[in-house]
Each structure stands twice: as structure tokens, then as C-alpha cells.
Write a protein that binds this ligand. Structure first.
Ligand SMILES: C[S@@+](CC[C@H](N)C(=O)[O-])C[C@H]1O[C@@H](n2cnc3c(N)ncnc32)[C@H](O)[C@@H]1O
Length: 214
């Protein structure tokens, strides 16, 4: 890894109690609302909640704290490279118009840092699985799932994650895909619509998220 991002990682880790005293989430407020709403709607659907692409874990903290307060006792699993985008996946989307300068937006992270942030917010029971969602072994993917937030921004990991997780959803379970607004520089919508077309599912959009309910 580049020295600049190693230093960023070290600084963030040393200053974590101060920098992350409030949950560091990256979802737009209306999408955070929609995700939380679906967690309530699916509270009786069996299976863990999975967030694919959690960055620093702020959305996971807010969601897990809400579930705890509501007495919903389900595992919450975060999957991330914990080091940003996979080079080839990012390059594919640069060819579709994603600005190359966005490549390292989520670099300089680590699983240890996110674990520290989880502990800081009393969410140490959130499971953190490290890897590229397109290649993580099947055995590490939860099944069945009640709700999935898919927030990896790019075409390829969005498409492959949908192919891997749709069969894992419980009846009544919902997948929410972030960054599916028409005019976004992120290309998650391309992966979402490709999956829907191949699977014969009707694409449904709300607040710029793509939705699929089993
Ligand atoms: C927009 S951030 C997630 C924000 C987070 N859901 C939140 O609400 O705060 C996108 C995340 O996707 C992760 N990511 C991108 N490609 C991935 C891949 N192929 N496998 C796993 N994680 C990936 C990045 O490391 C980054 O942390």
C-alpha cells in the first residue's frame, strides 16, 4: 500500500476516539431513513442483516443501536475490503464515466480501525468480514439473510453481490442498493439493472436506491 494511505490509516487509528465519537456514516439521510425503515419492516424475517461496503461502520452503528433499542436480536455482518476499491473494478467504471480521482476515497481504512469504532459505540458484536465481495468464499457469506444494504458504488461488485445474495434472501427479505440515481457518477445502477434484467425482476427505485424484495 501507498505510504500516504499507510500514514492516513495510522493517524486515524491513533485519533479514533476523538475523530469517531459520532458514528461516521456515508449514506445520504433519506437513504439512511429508508434502510432503517426496511430493518423495522423485516424485523420478523429470519436471518442476519448484511451491509456490503461499510467503510468506517457508521451506518452499522446507527442500525445496530436502533435494533438493540427495539429488542430485535439479529446478527449484523459487515463485508468490506477495508481498503477501498479493487483496482480492476474501479478501472471498469472509469471507462463508464466515474472520475479517476475518486479511486482512493475509501483507502487508508482497516478492519482493526472499524473494530475500534464499533467498540467505541458499544457495537462490538457486529461481525466484520474482510474481502472482495465478488471472491469471498461462499462459506463466509451468511444465509439466509433478512436485509442487505449493498453499498459498494461500482458496477461489477454490485452485480456479482446481487447474484450471490439474492438466492440467500429469506422470503420477505429486502436488498437495498445505494447509488442508483440516474445521474450519478457511481455506476451501481448499471450492475443493479443488469442483474434485474437477467433475473427477470422489475427494477424499483426510491430516493436513488434500487430495491428488491424476495
Ligand atoms: C460508500 S462506502 C460505504 C459506506 C457505508 N455503507 C456507510 O453507510 O457509511 C463504499 C465501501 O465499499 C467498499 N468496497 C468497494 N468495493 C468493494 C468490494 N469489491 N468488496 C468489498 N467492499 C468493497 C469500500 O471499501 C468502501 O468502504
Amino acid at each position: 500500500m501507498n505510504v500516504k494511505y499507510q500514514l492516513k490509516r495510522l493517524a486515524r487509528s491513533a485519533l479514533a476516539p476523538l475523530l469517531y465519537r459520532y458514528p461516521p456514516f456515508a449514506l445520504a439521510p433519506e437513504r439512511l431513513y429508508l434502510f432503517l425503515h426496511h430493518l423495522v419492516e423485516t424485523k420478523d424475517v429470519p436471518g442476519p442483516i448484511v451491509e456490503i461496503g461499510c467503510n468506517l461502520g457508521g451506518t452499522a452503528v446507527i442500525a445496530k443501536q436502533m435494533l438493540n433499542r427495539l429488542g430485535v436480536d439479529k446478527p449484523y455482518v459487515c463485508i468490506d475490503t477495508f481498503d477501498g476499491f479493487v483496482d480492476e473494478q474501479f478501472a471498469t467504471d472509469v471507462a463508464l464515466g466515474t472520475p479517476s480521482g475518486d479511486q482512493n476515497l475509501f483507502s487508508g481504512n482497516s478492519r482493526d480501525l472499524v473494530a475500534k469504532i464499533m467498540q467505541r459505540h458499544r457495537c462490538g458484536d457486529v461481525a466484520l468480514v474482510q474481502g472482495d465481495v465478488t471472491t469471498i468464499p461462499d462459506a463466509l457469506l451468511p444465509q439466509p439473510c433478512s436485509a442487505v444494504l449493498l453499498d459498494v458504488d461500482l458496477t461489477e461488485p454490485t452485480y456479482v453481490a446481487l447474484k450471490r445474495f439474492w438466492p440467500r434472501m429469506s422470503p420477505g427479505g429486502t436488498i437495498l442498493v445505494d447509488d442508483c440515481q440516474e445521474s450519478s457518477s457511481w455506476k451501481a445502477r448499471v450492475g443493479y439493472s443488469r442483474f434485474c434484467e437477467e433475473a427477470g425482476l422489475e427494477p424499483r427505485y426510491r430516493y436513488g436506491m434500487g430495491l428488491l424484495t424476495k
